[in-house]
Design a binder for this molecule. Sequence first.
Ligand code: ADP
Ligand code: NA
Length: 350
Amino acid sequence: QFQPLVFSGVQPTGNLHLGNYLGAIRKFVALQEKNDCIYCVVDMHALTAQLVHDELKEQTRSIAAAFIASGIDPTKHIVFNQSKVAAHAELAWIFNCVARMGWMNRMTQFKDKAGKDAEKASLGLLAYPSLMAADILLYRATHVPVGDDQKQHLELTRDIAQKFNIDFTAQIRKTGKGVDIKVGDEPVHAYFPMVEPLIDGPAPRVMSLRDGTKKMSKSDPSDLSRINLMDDSETIAKKIKKAKTDPDGLPGETDGLAGRPEADNLVGIYAALSDRSKADVLKEFGGQQFSTFKPALADLAVAVLAPINAEMRRLMAATDHIDTILKEGGDRAAARAAVTMAEVRDIVGF
Ligand code: ADP
Ligand code: NA
């Protein structure tokens, strides 16, 4: 059996929003009670879209500050930034040679981000999921809390782990570090675990407040489409008030949320922010008008986000504390990564 370990990462690109918080960071906090966790600011991934030198350090600190302000305990778990541990890049190279071009070409995030002229996209953008697999498997992590948009990348992580395990079976046996697992019904002697994505919950994909068909995203040109973690209370209330809804009120419990994307999104946000189910929220608000529900949602969002916002500002005002956390986290991550890399080097024949 692989030792259970939680790993996840967030890119230091642009402002964190409610989707990042509910899809990822809030889950990180919940998981730390019962698990060994590593939470990473993936600054090497940030270079795939554009070269961002001036802002990168500051953005990296602000993601780390968001982790800490949300309640992650860096003394019990590891918080660090990816570029401090060069082994991420080393393992990614090996995975580049395990993964197939066809797998990368099928990634919907690559297609979305590369746009019409994929020839002009960076090679890093194409290879992104291979580096992501390395981030996770460098620590032989078993569970990865992410938003629904990352599902396909985690399937690819499993494909890479599986192909590595099969391609190097004989060498893995020789190290004595492999683990007998089943992939489906197939027995495999594995060096890397088959990671389990942790995506469930009432808001696995938080949608734009302006368009129920698009996910809430850092790159949406409309600031009204998202609630940023750094928004003040009035801005949060204003954005929720302006959120697009259909003319009907909230459906009753029995009618449900099918075919009501905007209502579904707001109820999901309410549920996730209050650790309740959507059914439970409908039990309370079903049949009421949005003019009643929206202020209640705004109050809840402010109650949860304002203290995080205040703590982030405090941490960002004097960055020594965050820098120390990242430095110590980086040292601890590097020590763990070195163990895996020594074995992987042995397995591949270096
Ligand atoms: P972004 O997608 O905002 O550029 P990242 O790629 O760094 O940011 O994602 C950080 C985490 O936030 C990932 O786990 C991702 O799945 C999650 N996430 C991003 N957007 C959303 C959303 N709209 N709803 C739920 N989770 C999201
Ligand atoms: Na994402």
